[in-house]
Every structure is written in C-alpha cells, then in structure tokens.
Design a protein around this ligand. Structure first.
Ligand code: HPA
Length: 267
C-alpha cells in the first residue's frame, strides 16, 4: 500500500473494479448520517463490500455509518457507487482518510460526486426538520484542507450550478444554503450558532467540505445535499443528539432515495 494518498486512491480504485467486476462508474454518492436508509431507493444493488476490503479505508467509527460501499444500477441503467457512511475529521485519523472515498471514486471513473449530510438549520426557512437543502457554497471552519503544497484550486463554484438547477427541476420546493463545517465531534454552542448566522451560514455540520475540495481538485462535478435534522443549537432550546439525526433519516429515507435516483438518472 502506497503512503501517497493519490496513488493509494488509484490502488483502491483498482481493487474496487476487480471486486465489483465493473470497469467504470457513472457517479459516486457519499451517504452521510441519516442518508444511509435512502440508499435502497436509488436502484438495484449489484454488489456490496466493506470498505475495509479496499486499500486505505478506515473502519467505521460512527453509529449509522455502515462503512460499506455498494454498486447500484438505477432504472435508466446508470452505475452508481454508493458509500454507506464516511470517515470524519473528528475521528482523529487526519485528512487523507476523510477524502479517500472521493479520490477513489474519481480514480474509478466517477465524474460526478454527490455528497450528502445531516445538518443543523440556522435560518427559519431551513429549520423544517426532514427537508433536504441544496448546498450552494460552504465555509470551511474545520481548520483542515486535503491539499498540501502550492496547488491553488479555484473554489468559485464548488457545488455545480448545473446540478443544482437539475435538482430544482426535479423538486422545485428544495431550498439552497451555505453549509458551514466545524471539525466536531461536539455540536456547536448557541454563541457559535449566532456567529455562523452573522457569517452567512445557513446549515452547520461536521463533514462534506473537505470531500468537496478533494473532488474539485480531481476535476469532478459536485452536488451537495443536506438533510436538516434539527435547528442549530440554542435556536429552540432543545439539546441535540445523534439518535434524533438518525431518526429523521429513517423517516425521510424513501423521499431522499427517490430524489437521488431521479438525479442520478438525469446527470
Ligand atoms: N451541528 C453539527 N452537526 C450536525 C447537526 C448540528 O446541529 N445536526 C446534524 N449534524
């Protein structure tokens, strides 16, 4: 196994192709907290393996993150690579394992990366529990970056305008917002939530931004979708918990899966 993260991703892509018997994939989706139950509605499962069978993947550390990768065929015959769970920065393994799935997917041929997550809603219009929200842009407050060295990547349009328009054609009721990522694993304080609202944040979570940057570096088009599972800390006075996040995911699984299936078939 290589110690170079880019070569390691190529090794993982090779192993993925031989494990699944497929030469390329049309799209990759990363299913975050609350999104794993939606995967079943995307299409027919062709194969599924634990990510730990591929070079460079860390075992899952979070309940609700299955740590498996599935190949699904959609109704229109597209091949989607679906990561059921992800590695987070707060697991303490560094940045490379966080973006390894995305780099592997692009190395395996995926030109579109769909990143999903659970998020706290910061604006009144984004506090409807169970609503999906398109990520229009992000603010990276993780203090990390997947790129090392003088590689200057343009981030003017991290989340593809074309893909956002396509999702809105499918479901015009979906709103858009700026996603702010903290490292976690603590949820935010009410003072931090007030700060984020002042900074122009609409959604808050602990993932996605590093993967989006790695995908852009690799030249892929990115679609980001948040599932609002709670109002940001302090906005309604209720404490936050991970079980509530998973429960919202279970309750909205079919709606989110059908939405993703339509998106994948129209890419
Ligand atoms: N903050 C951070 N991460 C989250 C939240 C939140 O309010 N909800 C779901 N994931």
């Amino acid at each position: 196994m290589s110690t170079d993260p880019y070569i390691l991703a190529q090794e993982a892509a090779k192993a993925l192709k031989s494990a699944t018997g497929l030469e390329s994939f049309d799209v990759a989706l990363v299913m975050g907290s609350g999104w794993v139950p939606a995967a079943d509605a995307i299409g027919q499962t062709l194969s599924e393996i634990p990510v730990t069978e591929l070079p460079g993947f860390a075992p899952p550390a979070v309940a609700g993150h299955a740590g498996r990768v599935r190949v699904t065929r959609t109704e229109a015959g597209r091949h989607a690579l679906i990561f059921l769970g992800r590695t987070h920065l707060y697991e303490g393994r560094g940045v490379d394992p966080v973006v390894h799935g995305v780099r592997t997917a692009v190395a395996a041929g995926a030109r579109t990366i769909v990143l999903t997550n659970a998020a706290g809603g910061l604006r009144p219009e984004h506090q409807n529990i169970g609503d999906p929200v398109l990520i229009s842009d992000h603010i990276n407050l993780t203090g990390a970056n997947p790129i090392t060295g003088a590689t200057f990547i343009d981030l003017t349009e991290v989340y593809s305008k074309r893909l956002r328009a396509l999702v809105r054609e499918i479901d015009p009721s979906i709103g858009e917002g700026v996603y702010v990522a903290f490292r976690g694993p603590t949820y935010e304080t009410p003072a931090e939530i007030r700060m984020l609202r002042t900074l122009g944040g609409d959604l808050v979570g602990m993932s996605t931004v590093l993967e989006a940057v790695a995908a852009r570096e690799a030249g892929a088009e990115v679609l980001g979708l948040s599932l609002v599972t709670n109002p940001g800390a302090g906005l309604v006075g209720e404490p936050l918990n991970h079980e509530e996040v998973l429960e919202v995911g279970r309750a909205t699984a079919t709606r989110m899966g059908v939405l993703l299936a339509k998106v994948v078939d129209r890419l």
